[in-house]
Structures are given as C-alpha cells and as structure tokens.
Design a binder for this molecule. Structure first.
Ligand code: ZN
Length: 206
C-alpha cells in the first residue's frame, strides 16, 4: 500500500539505490528533503548532476578527477616508476595526507571478492597491467606497492596481482604494505602515522 503518495515513494526508491541506505534511512532522507527550502534542494540535485557529468577517471591512474589526467599523474616531481595500488580514491587521499609518498597511484575501484561476485574484470586491473609497459613493451615501473586493506578481499587482490605480474614475466618488484594496518581495517580510517609506518615497513612479495 502506498502510504505516502507516488512522488515520495519514487524518491525513497531512488535513495535506496545508494550504498548503505535501507528503507528506513531512505524514508528519513526523503522527508528531510521535502522539508528543505526549494533552492537548497535544487542546489543538492545540481551538485549531484554536475559531479556525475564532469568527474571522470584519470587516464593514467583511474582515480576520479576533473580533467583527463589527475594532478598527481601530471606532476613532474613524483616518481612515476613507483606505483601504489589502492582500492578507492579515499585510500589515495589517506596516503596523500601523510605527505610522505612520492610515487604515483593506481586506483582499482574495488577489490576481488568471490563472495560478492566481484571478479578481476570488475575492477581497474587491466588498466594497471597495461600501464606497466609502454608501447615498445619496455617496463615503465620499478615497484608496484600493494596497499590494500588487510581484509580477505585485499588479500585475494594482492595475490592475484602478484600472480598476474609473475605470469606475464614482468621484472617489476611487488611489495605489500606492512601489517601495521589492522586486520579487517579500512585504509581510509587509519591514522597518518600508522599508514606511514606501514608504507615504510613494506615487504617484497615473491
Ligand atoms: Zn592519475
């Protein structure tokens, strides 16, 4: 039965498509929105549309950016032969905040998870492999640092990347950040000192 009328129901359904939003939260948000001044609602919907229209993936590292290439990939002072693989742009931001990493990144936008049905082709893994060599087949990186969280998904993804690099016979060093990152911990929630220590204490995967 439609208690609230079709407009509200439609809004609730739309909000429910967002991650982590169930029926109750969606209803709460919907009622909050209809109570907001109209110009504020317009600003909100314009900001959503604007972000969706103008934000794109960096052609080098796949992070989200306004142009073709993100500022980090554009930078001449960064070490482009050191690539840190992270799960999402929030993790990239967390590492940038430490101010101690001088290499570049690769953002996978997810992690391999057989349980959730996320396979290697569902994340930006092909893009990572492609950028490890140039058009002549020459290696473009000296080190790939795998900075995935210490979760089952992070572990599977790290092992998959290592196996892929070995299978392709690429003589690039593969390292993994140290276990200073707590088991099951999300990178973005870890403080800067711990992150920096995890980066410094990284070990080579063989
Ligand atoms: Zn980039």
């Amino acid at each position: 039965m439609d208690y609230y009328g079709s407009h509200i129901t439609r809004l609730v359904e739309a909000l429910k498509s967002l991650p982590g939003v169930g029926t109750k939260s969606a209803q709460r948000m919907a009622f909050h929105i209809i109570g907001m001044p109209e110009d504020q609602v317009r600003k909100l919907s314009e900001a959503i549309l604007d972000a969706r229209t103008n934000v794109q993936f960096c052609k080098e590292c796949c992070t989200i950016t306004d142009g073709d290439i993100c500022p980090i990939c554009k930078s001449r002072v960064r070490n482009h032969r050191q690539i840190m693989v992270v799960e999402n742009p929030r993790d990239l931001a967390a590492y940038e905040k430490t101010g101690r990493y001088e290499g570049v990144y690769h953002v996978l936008h997810g992690a391999i998870s057989p349980m959730l049905g996320v396979g290697p082709n569902d994340i930006k893994l092909r893009e990572l492999m492609q950028r490890l060599t140039d058009e002549n087949g020459d290696l473009t990186a000296d080190e790939v640092i795998i900075a995935m969280g210490a979760t089952v998904e992070g572990e599977s993804t790290a092992m998959y990347i290592l196996r892929l690099i070995k299978t392709l016979g690429l003589p690039v060093k593969v390292t993994r950040i140290a276990s200073g990152v707590p088991v099951g911990g999300d990178i973005e929630n870890i403080d800067e000192v711990t992150l920096e220590r995890a980066l410094r204490g990284r070990t080579e995967l063989k």
